[in-house]
Design a protein around this ligand. Sequence first.
Ligand SMILES: [Zn+2]
Length: 160
Amino acid sequence: MNCPMEARQGSDLLLEYTAGRLAPQAASELEAHLEGCARCREFAHSQKMVWQALEAWEAEPVSMDFDRRLFARIEQAPVSWWARVTGQVMHHGVPVAAAAGVIILAGLMLRPAVTPVEPPQESAQVETLGPEQVQSALDDMQMLRDFNHLVRADSAEPRM
Ligand SMILES: [Zn+2]
């Protein structure tokens, strides 16, 4: 097959693959290509690291206490930082919890310390993801938003 990184929408194919959403036929074709293409292999590997980090986070039981502490931390954060991060998101009416999820995600990708299973050089790869790739990963995280929505619906107590 042609190198997907050279093709338009190529990284989408790799993202689908690392997300486990590719049909078995397409997945094995891509795997065959990965054998011989370091560029695609690196990209797929770095995406897998992101997924592993997310799975590690999702495996944690999300308690009310976690939610409360998260919001406490958000409130303690400098206003300009918080406004800058959420300003655009909030314009589109996305709940605060969803924005918080995005921030957790960003934290996972930017802080090697939260993914202890990785050797340091692999963490470095995760850190060097371009904005475009991070955006793609964020786009894949609709489930995170849904998840946060559920958490928020569970905790009926008024907040803010
Ligand atoms: Zn390739």
